[in-house]
Design a protein around this ligand. Structure first.
Ligand code: NAP
Length: 498
């Protein structure tokens, strides 16, 4: 580790760290019981701040996965009969328990994923809010009643739980990506098998304990941890015994899973990759734009599907914007997420850091200049410094690929049409950010830009009460908002003769 603002990593665990690591389950939750994997197989979970092994958790076989799905299938009929009020109350109890355990959960998340504890606490609040939001949605599942056009029948349109669900989550938001799926599944009356990413299983296991403690019935939520995601999940998907797959992860894996779901025509929700454009017009408030860019770029060290991946700045303000952004980025304190005052933690693993290094090297080779950062430090941990590049050409790899790190590439533009064409020239369409003080331009650009979400003069769009999701190869369906629960409900039409 070489940056001056970086604190040193330490392998001495504090009492609080030891406590949260000792408390968390290392086994899987199947049918309400904590169970080891077949053959007692385990895998290591690392602390990305120093590479040390912090836990060994159950490494499921396909047979373990099957047991989990059997438990979900067995629990489905009874759970579907619970009342909306009962499901509301369960979710609110889980919300309260998450908030009550916020400090310990945040520390655990930092240890397995790397983000600073303050940010991890923010994720616990965000994750819990999905439970509160969907607790209320459970009470609002509504149908329709209609007279047939000929008057000879009545249409009753009602909604029922989809059935047992498979939920697969990524490592970058270890808890919130889980509650964003488990919340609506529980609210709708669906049972589930959830598989967290192998880098970050501990937060999900801790959530499992909370769900057991608040009284979620056995088999309603099952957790499977494994290193062989493909071999464990594919037979479950292809069996057709689960009726839905909700996946958050890369577009590459999402496409593989869509093909598998086609065999038994499973309902799918796909929250996939992003390549967000962040556009600063010449009339923007530059202070607001820099603040927004810091949020859109640096939330989660840039390891977010919503991260600003391409920053287009009008040529008349790019120099000033670049200076202000790089000065702010250079002041950030990099270090282990558990250290006091850390603002930027390590990336999740060596592969993630290597990808960021390769993308920066490629952009430099193609003519980009470094305003700050740009070199990975030596030493333990997967740290990468906050970096600003300017003059990043359109043929640089980072213009096409998700960076997933703290690197802000700046590119100048001259006209609105030119920047919209550049922003839309990607197969992704998750989120875009637009900074301008011209209301007409703001609305014009927001309508023309190809993404499921737009931040107008704001660098964060995620909110449990808003519909989150992408278009094009960024995904299918929406999570959160009033529509999030519909992903877990089937519409049934009952025709009643008169
Ligand atoms: P990933 O490699 O696609 O993995 C995501 C999850 O899928 C993990 O649990 C992984 O398990 C599992 N998986 C991998 N291969 C599988 C297979 N063949 N069958 C079944 N499951 C499989 O993505 P990631 O690197 O963890 O996450 C980063 C990606 O997620 C980025 O592209 C990011 O944009 C996207 N993301 C999207 C959103 C959104 O809402 N749109 C939110 C957050 C992240 P293992 O860990 O065991 O491999």
């Amino acid at each position: 580790m070489t940056t001056s603002s970086q604190t040193s990593g330490s392998s001495t665990r504090s009492e609080a760290e030891q406590r949260v690591l000792q408390r968390v389950e290392s086994r899987m939750l199947i049918g309400g019981e904590w169970v080891s994997a077949e053959g007692n197989a385990t895998f290591d979970v690392d602390d990305p701040a120093n590479g040390e092994v912090i836990a060994q958790v159950a490494d499921a076989t396909p047979a373990d996965g099957r047991r989990a799905l059997d438990a979900a299938v067995a629990a489905q009929a009874d759970f579907a009969k619970t009342t909306p009020q009962e499901r509301h109350d369960l979710l609110m109890k889980a919300y309260d328990a998450l908030i009550a355990n916020q400090d310990d959960l945040a520390l655990l998340m930092t240890l397995e994923m790397g983000k600073p504890v303050a940010e991890a606490k923010g994720e616990i609040t965000y994750a819990a809010a999905f439970f509160r939001h969907f607790a209320h949605e459970a009470l609002r599942i509504a149908g329709e009643f209609q007279t047939a056009p000929a008057g000879n029948a009545r249409f009753m349109i009602t909604k029922q739980p989809v059935g047992p669900c498979l939920l697969i989550t990524p490592w970058n938001f270890p808890l919130a990506m889980g509650t964003r799926k488990i919340g609506p599944a529980l609210a709708a009356g669906c049972t589930s098998v959830i598989k967290p990413a192998h880098q970050t299983p501990l937060s999900m296991l801790a959530l499992g304990q909370i769900l057991v403690d608040v009284g979620v019935p056995p088999g309603v939520v099952n957790i499977v941890t494994c290193t062989g995601a493909g071999e464990v999940m594919e037979p479950l998907i292809r069996s057709g015994d689960a009726r839905k797959l909700s996946f958050t992860g890369s577009t590459k894996i999402g496409k593989v899973l869509l093909e598998q779901c086609a065999e038994k025509v499973l309902r799918t929700s796909m929250e996939l990759g992003g390549n967000a454009p962040f556009i600063v017009f010449e009339d923007a408030d530059l202070d607001e734009a820099v603040t927004g860019a810091m949020q859109a770029k640096m939330r989660n060290m840039g390891e977010a599907c919503t991260a600003a991946n391409r920053i287009y700045v009008h040529e008349s303000v790019i120099e000033e914007f670049g200076q202000r952004l790089s000065a702010t980025m250079a002041e950030l304190k990099v270090g282990p997420g558990t250290a006091e005052g850390t603002q930027v933690g390590p990336l999740v693993d060596q592969a993630g850091r290597q990808k960021v290094s390769d993308l920066v090297a490629d952009a430099k080779d193609k003519g980009a200049s470094v305003l700050t950062g740009g070199e990975a430090p030596d030493g333990p941990g997967y740290f990468y410094p906050p970096t600003v590049l300017t003059g990043v050409p359109e043929d640089a790899r980072m213009v096409r690929e998700e960076i997933f790190g703290p690197v802000a590439p700046l590119t100048p533009f001259t006209s609105e049409d030119e920047v919209i064409a550049a922003a839309n020239s990607t197969e992704f369409g998750l989120v875009s950010y637009v900074f301008t003080n011209d209301l007409r331009r703001a609305l014009r650009v927001a309508e023309r830009i190809e993404s499921g979400m737009v931040g107008l003069n704001q660098g964060v769009v995620s909110n449990p009460a808003a519909p989150f999701g992408g278009i094009k190869e960024s995904g299918l369906g929406r999570e959160g908002g009033s529509v999030g629960i519909d992903e877990f409900l089937e519409v049934k039409y009952i025709g009643v003769a008169m």
